[in-house]
Write a new protein. Structure first.
Ligand code: UFG
Length: 338
């Protein structure tokens, strides 16, 4: 049965994950407006949607936007994302990821937006003992990033209870990979994500890279994460929206595949896919890093029928590599035309 097109606001829709969500919403026939400050996003990444530049802190601008378009739903992807940075500059994370998110949710309720999908994170769990983490695991973040997202989750639940809007909280594990046609991908400046840093090293933008800690209680001593392809993650947002608009109950769900790779395993895959034997150093642990984060993903599969299509580390790395080379070309083209 064909679904009715929705009018959807996507905050952070010019960023890495948001732009993939926007691409799929547009492809599915929805009317999409992106609200993004371009602090770390790029207007060229917005494929086929309306773009409004603005910051979450600008209440009047948000009110103007919400008041002038009749949005059915909001997908809140905008946020700061760096665990290491959050330890050094917690206020930046609490203001943007918690206070600004709360303002947005409150405005959504005031302006009659019926459904909110929120980008949360595995970092809300902290460092649980379980081999795989399910959604009922108590939240115990060990860094300000995770704490700021846990606060926003709570705020959304409270706003929903008071207003009747319904929500989906998606707890992302480690997102990587890129659009299969390499039109969009991770282009966030000053990036510290493992796959991205490794690819930037392979392509020659960095002289060497460092493994953050080799003394973790894991098989090879390096941290283990559940790497999920951005296309599977984007699809989870569309399914969440379908669920909510069909009258489904609010929910919280992990987005991960349920198995992890160590830092060394990821770097080995990057060396194989790129064919570049780039230099790798070892260093101390990075503050705020839990040893192992792997999703129990049964809930999202059962509730939404989410069926991952790219659960393959080599494919994740290969699509990210194709994108990294495309990005290098784009930067070269811009330099030439400047
Ligand atoms: N790492 C290195 N060297 C690097 C970069 C990363 O060894 O140059 C290590 C990190 O220390 C960590 C692992 O690779 O052990 C993964 O680190 P990332 O920075 O790629 O990702 P994080 O697990 O810190 O965090 C990411 C997102 C968060 C999200 C989290 C969910 O940045 O937004 O995944 O698990 F919440």
């Amino acid at each position: 049965m064909a679904r009715a097109p929705l009018n959807v606001l996507v905050t952070g829709g010019a960023g890495y994950i948001g732009s993939h969500v926007v691409r799929d919403l547009v492809q599915a026939g929805h009317e999409v407006t992106v609200y993004d400050s371009l602090y770390s996003g790029h207007e060229w990444a917005v494929l086929g949607a309306d773009f409004v530049r603005g910051d979450l802190a600008e209440r009047a601008r948000l009110e103007w936007l919400l008041g002038s378009r009749n949005f059915h739903a909001a997908i809140h992807c905008a946020g700061h994302i760096w665990v290491g940075e959050s330890v050094k500059n917690p206020a930046k994370y609490y203001f943007n990821n918690a206070s600004n998110a709360f303002r947005l949710f409150d405005l959504c309720a005031q302006y009659g937006i019926r459904h909110v999908v929120f980008s949360s994170t595995a970092a809300v769990y902290g460092q649980p003992d379980e081999a795989t983490i399910d959604e009922d695991t108590p939240l115990a973040p060990i860094n300000p990033y995770g704490a700021s997202k846990a606060m926003a989750e709570r705020a959304l639940q409270d706003v929903a209870a008071a207003s009747g809007l319904t929500f989906a909280i998606l707890r992302y594990f480690n997102v990587a990979g890129a659009d299969a046609q390499a039109r969009i991908g991770e282009a966030t400046p000053d990036n510290s994500h493992l796959v991205k840093v490794a690819l930037e090293t392979a392509i020659g933008l960095r002289g060497a890279m460092r493994i953050n800690g080799t003394d973790y209680p894991t098989q090879d001593g390096t941290c283990i994460r559940d790497y999920v392809h951005v296309d599977d993650l984007a699809n989870a947002h569309l399914l969440a929206l379908d669920h909510l608009t069909a009258g489904g109950d609010p929910f919280v769900a992990n987005c991960g595949y349920g198995h992890g790779f160590s830092v060394r395993q990821v770097l080995e895959s990057v060396r194989q896919v790129t064919g570049v034997d780039f230099p790798i150093e070892t260093g101390p642990r990075r503050e705020g890093d839990p040893a192992i984060l792997v999703a129990d993903s049964r809930r999202i599969k059962a509730l939404l029928g989410w069926t991952p299509r790219h659960d393959d580390l080599e494919r994740i790395v290969a699509t990210a590599w194709a994108w990294e080379r495309r990005l290098q070309d784009m930067r070269g083209e811009r330099r030439l035309s400047a």
